[in-house]
Ligand binder design. Structure first.
Ligand code: PSZ
Length: 498
């Protein structure tokens, strides 16, 4: 494999000779984690290339392919590099919509796959809520509870992010109704009416969320989602309250006074909405928020806002649910993004998926349902994903990957700020925590052209919000990779300036 890569990279390394920011010491760090990673991107064809286009045409006879960018060769993808079916190799700063923690084909994961003792877990997929495997408790402890936020002793696995949000909402509804019953047993009327979709069995309750938030595509998750119309159009989504999420000025430390006013306005709106929905006889049973609004445009808020939000949740005695599906597992430089805010107490629920490889949520004891089969479905996740997650968590600890993310992230952000300063008409609001960075482009069309041209210089990146470029690399990214990106970005941006 290594020989193959070095031959290919010699043929056409797009960034050859351009590394202004490079440092051999950091390059060695890459080699340590990724002995087989290529030296740099390779672009031989237009992307999508001829093979991708052929496969897209074929797939299009079976399903809608309008979202497909190109077909991937996952066998030849390695570390931070994604190989396509036309022989192009891209530095991947988007990683399957923020879902690849330690790069493609990491030796630790491949090794876990071949271990004799793991075979039965890969081959037999259990109905976990009924027939858990012998080693399930140990896997939950090693892979998940070892990284649980303090005080969140309970964990439930799920298949994906939306499913995790949806079921954690149900945990809140169940706990709320239990409190309302105040020790009274579930009534016959409640049992009968719930099957008819009527009150009191199906009560009128809501979850408060934020404008521009995104929490997934199932119906309950859509009730708290307010970004991207294709997710919601044509669906009878619950009409639940939402408040404005702060629209702040960056860098945050230079606009403390203005940002404080904006955050107070949003917190006030949260209170107003809770009262308004109470008056509508549809009480708010919980608040859901992303630590950094991701799909909605990489919108950050400060510790002040999140501490204030937690105070409101405590005042109204409703749970605060933190959706860490995209922010979780290290890319902000802390394992959970909410660790950045010095909260008095952990959030009551923390949802995860993406880089965590399994969906699921941590929660406090009081949110645990009393009956069986309430938070339940056939698979409830997949224990083979816990095998991989345990490897990921161990690697993060052993190799100090959170520190690396912090270092690489500050290097990336300062590089972005430098380029932004050179092209103020094109770029603005460079921002980020760890490698969870982004920058706004003057409009969506220019942003999309920049992303298209970057791809042809060997860098795969993503978009979000109206005209934002977002970075979602692996936890193994280091300065050496950032240099490759900055060189490509600088030259693409310079083309617009002419
Ligand atoms: O178009 C989509 O459905 C997308 S594009 C990116 C996402 C969804 N992100 C998923 C996501 C998320 O970012 C947050 C903060 N919460 C929940 C979800 C839903 O996760 P999945 O996609 O696994 O259901």
């Amino acid at each position: 494999m290594a020989a193959l890569w070095s031959t290919i990279s010699r043929v056409c390394t797009v960034t050859q000779g351009l590394r202004r920011y490079g440092s051999p010491a950091v390059a060695k760090m890459v080699m340590k984690s990724d002995p087989f990673e290529p030296d740099g991107p390779i672009v031989n064809t237009e992307i999508p290339g001829p093979m991708s286009r052929q496969l897209i045409a074929e797939l299009d006879t079976i399903q809608n392919t309008k979202a497909v960018h190109f077909f991937v060769d996952y066998e030849r993808s390695q570390g931070n590099y994604l190989a396509d079916v036309d022989g192009n190799v891209l530095l991947d700063l988007y990683t399957q919509i923020a879902s690849v923690p330690i790069g493609y084909n990491h030796p630790r994961l491949l090794n876990a796959l071949t271990k004799e003792e793991n075979r039965a877990t890969f081959v037999n997929r259990p109905a976990l809520g009924v027939y858990p495997p012998r080693d399930f408790n140990a896997r939950l402890k090693n892979a998940l509870l070892s990284v649980a936020p303090p005080g969140l002793n309970q964990v439930q696995t799920m298949a994906c992010g939306a499913c995790s949000v949806e079921h954690s909402q149900k945990a809140m509804f169940i706990a709320y109704q239990r409190r309302r019953r105040n020790g009274r047993p579930i009534s016959k009327e409640e049992i009968q009416t719930c099957l008819e979709g009527k009150e009191p069995g199906c009560p009128n309750l809501s979850v408060l969320s934020f404008k521009n938030g995104l929490h997934g595509r199932t119906m309950g998750a859509l009730g708290v989602t307010h970004a991207k119309w294709p997710l919601k159009l044509d669906f009878p989504v619950p009409d639940w309250p939402y408040a404005s999420f702060p629209t702040l000025k960056y860098p945050l430390d230079q606009f403390i006074r203005e940002n404080r006013i904006e955050e107070n306005r949003c917190l006030e709106e949260v209170r107003e909405r809770i009262h308004a929905w109470d008056k509508r006889s549809c009480p708010v049973v919980g608040i859901i928020v992303e630590p950094i609004q991701s799909e909605g445009g990489d919108n950050h808020a400060t510790s002040y806002f999140f501490q204030g939000l937690q105070d409101i949740a405590k005042e109204y005695e409703i749970p605060l649910m933190m959706d860490e599906v995209q922010t979780g597992c290290g890319s902000t430089g802390k394992f959970w993004a909410h660790e950045h805010w010095n909260l008095k107490d952990s959030p009551d629920i923390v949802c995860f998926s993406k880089k965590m490889l399994t969906g699921g949520f941590f929660f406090k004891d009081h949110l645990r349902p009393e009956e069986g089969h309430r938070i339940f479905n056939t698979w409830l996740g997949d224990p083979s994903k816990l095998i991989f997650l345990e490897e990921v968590v161990n690697l993060i600890k052993e190799e100090g990957l959170l520190e690396r993310v912090e270092d690489t992230g500050s290097y990336l952000l300062s590089g972005l700020c430098d380029i932004q300063e050179k092209y103020p008409g094109l770029l603005s609001r460079a921002r980020g925590v760890g490698t969870y960075c982004s920058v706004d482009v003057k409009d969506a069309e220019t942003r999309d052209t920049i992303l298209y041209r970057l791809r042809h210089k060997g860098v795969n990146l993503g978009s979000c919000g109206i005209s934002t470029i977002r970075f979602r690399p692996t936890l193994l990214l280091c300065r050496y990779h950032v240099d490759i990106f900055l060189d490509a970005f600088d030259s693409v941006i310079a083309e617009f300036d002419r």
